[in-house]
Design a protein around this ligand. Structure first.
Ligand code: IPE
Ligand code: IPE
Ligand code: MG
Length: 243
């Protein structure tokens, strides 16, 4: 008999919120309507994660590659982020949620950087759910930034190449101090990782759901967690009953 791998809720859930555009197209609406509705689904997911006692929720809000979309869509997505922070940060703060932003801030409009920094600073000491917003995020770029910082330390004589371990590399990533995701959920039926948390997902369980992101409900979230609980995590070892 296979034992369920985990009876505890996942500590860290990462989500790829995908399918906003297709959700809108299916309704004869512009893609932007899907993004707007996606924000509602995000609010619900944050509430659910908090209530279920999940400690870390990482959401992919804008990838380093999403700049290649039509300019009008990019502008809309940036505005949506601005509005989300302006409208929701006070409430997230009241709910004891700590906000952290990962991704590259270089080259971003200065008001956006200021909003991101403000939300992190305001909620820094909160002790509830940590909401990690991956914005202008690409995992390869993140790893390259870490490699650059390590190389600079080696060149300056601060670090010996022998000291470059997986732990050292992890400590230079944007996710320093955050445990690796236990569960990654991607909506909309796509089964790929799209440059998200490549290093961090070495042993993460993946759950792909068919619904588009705006249709992702509390029930969908709970079903994904139930699926995660049926998985057996081995981390390269052996199943518990055969060990
Ligand atoms: C996810 O939905 C939101 C972002 C990538 C910002 P999409 O915009 O990718 O929607 P689809 O995948 O085209 O349907
Ligand atoms: C990943 O979705 C990025 C976000 C959800 C923000 P995409 O829609 O950009 O990914 P691909 O292009 O389908 O792989
Ligand atoms: Mg997509």
């Amino acid at each position: 008999m296979t034992q369920p791998a985990s009876v505890v809720p996942p500590r860290h859930v990462a989500i790829i919120m995908d399918g906003n555009g297709r959700w809108a197209n299916a309704r004869g609406l512009p893609r932007t309507a899907g993004h707007k509705q996606g924000v509602e689904a995000l609010r619900g997911a944050v509430r659910t994660a908090s209530e279920l006692g999940i400690e870390y929720l990482t959401i992919y809000s804008f990838s380093a590659e999403n700049w290649s979309r039509p300019r009008a869509e990019v502008v809309f997505l940036l505005d949506l982020l601005r509005r989300f922070i302006l409208q929701d940060v006070a409430e997230l703060h009241r709910a004891n949620i700590r906000i952290k932003v990962i991704g590259c801030r270089e080259g971003l409009e200065s008001d956006i950087v200021a909003l991101l920094e403000h939300s992190e600073k305001l909620t820094r000491d909160n002790t509830g759910l940590t909401l990690i917003v991956a914005f202008n995020y690409g995992s390869r770029q993140e790893i390259a930034r870490a490699a650059r910082s390590i190389a600079a330390d080696v060149r300056a004589g601060l670090l010996d190449p022998e000291e470059i371990t997986p732990e050292l590399i992890a400590s230079r990533l944007d996710t320093v101090g955050i445990p690796d995701p236990d569960l990654l959920i991607r909506t909309s039926g796509e089964q790929r990782i799209s440059n998200y948390l490549l290093w961090q997902c070495a042993y993460t369980e993946f759950v792909f759901v068919a619904e588009h992101w705006p249709d992702f409900t509390r029930e969908s979230f709970e079903q994904a967690i139930a699926e995660y609980r049926r998985r057996e995590r081995r981390f390269g070892g052996l199943a518990a009953q055969t060990a």
